[in-house]
Design a protein around this ligand. Structure first.
Ligand SMILES: C[S@@+](CC[C@H](N)C(=O)[O-])C[C@H]1O[C@@H](n2cnc3c(N)ncnc32)[C@H](O)[C@@H]1O
Length: 219
């Protein structure tokens, strides 16, 4: 099976090449037709966040189960700086920005459509001070260091991308800063944990549930 930039191709037994040209959620400039949806998420204090989502971005119809586990695991003190690495339409970063109003929150994604949604969602939920930057990994925030970095990583983009993001996250954490990543138990959580342990020299799992594992490491 070959990995095409935007789709997966394979040879069939009739020697035909079948290309599923559906865009991946990490395509920088999605061209798929719009399919706007509204997703609601209740916070612990009973208030509600409302998000607009669209086709061409990750988990357009709901907050992903892994993302929910990730949000549950993150410990952010109000006033600590936070980076949502691969923010999609913004559920992680915006939840943190609303929960910790004194924290400086940055959100980064390579997908332009996701970034536009995240910006609009931040405004709509009163988190306008969250900064959304479109770009590859930590390049866009180079020079900044954070207290906490969290990611639901783009597993489908492949190990080399995910591993690079983990290494860049380590390099953009303050000493003592925490890194959180979530992955499906059956989709490589074990090997991701091993790589994070190798990169940071430590790793534990503060949250395990619904077939997902959240891995935490300290710089
Ligand atoms: C699994 S999705 C998670 C999205 C969102 N955080 C959520 O939980 O719903 C991973 C995100 O990483 C983004 N991504 C992929 N490669 C990236 C890169 N090199 N730099 C920044 N973001 C990237 C994708 O576009 C996608 O939005």
């Amino acid at each position: 099976m070959w990995n095409y930039s935007a789709g997966l191709c394979r040879s069939t037994r009739h020697n035909l090449e079948v290309c599923a040209l559906a865009e991946q959620y990490f395509t920088p400039s999605p061209t798929s037709g719009h399919e706007r949806r509204t997703v609601r998420r209740r916070m612990c204090d009973g208030s509600e966040l409302i998000f607009e989502t669209d086709a061409g971005v990750f988990s357009k119809g709901r907050v992903d189960r892994g993302t929910r586990e990730l949000i549950k695991a993150i410990r952010l003190e109000d006033g600590e700086s936070f980076l949502d690495l691969g923010c999609g339409w913004g559920p992680v970063g915006i939840t943190m920005a609303v929960s910790c109003p004194r924290s400086e929150v940055w959100m980064v994604d390579v997908n332009e459509r996701a970034c536009e949604l995240a910006r609009a969602n931040a405004r709509a939920n009163g988190a306008d001070r969250a900064v959304v930057v479109c770009g590859d990994g930590l390049l866009a925030v180079d020079g900044r260091k954070f207290d906490v970095i969290a990611t639901n990583p783009p597993i489908r983009a492949g190990k080399s991308v995910v591993h690079r993001l983990v290494e860049e996250a380590r390099d953009h954490l303050k000493p003592g800063g925490r890194f959180y990543a979530v992955a499906r138990t059956k989709q490589g959580a074990g090997s991701l944990r091993a790589f994070i342990r190798e990169t940071f020299g430590n790793a534990d799992e503060p949250e395990i549930g619904g077939g997902y594992r959240v891995i935490r490491a300290v710089r």
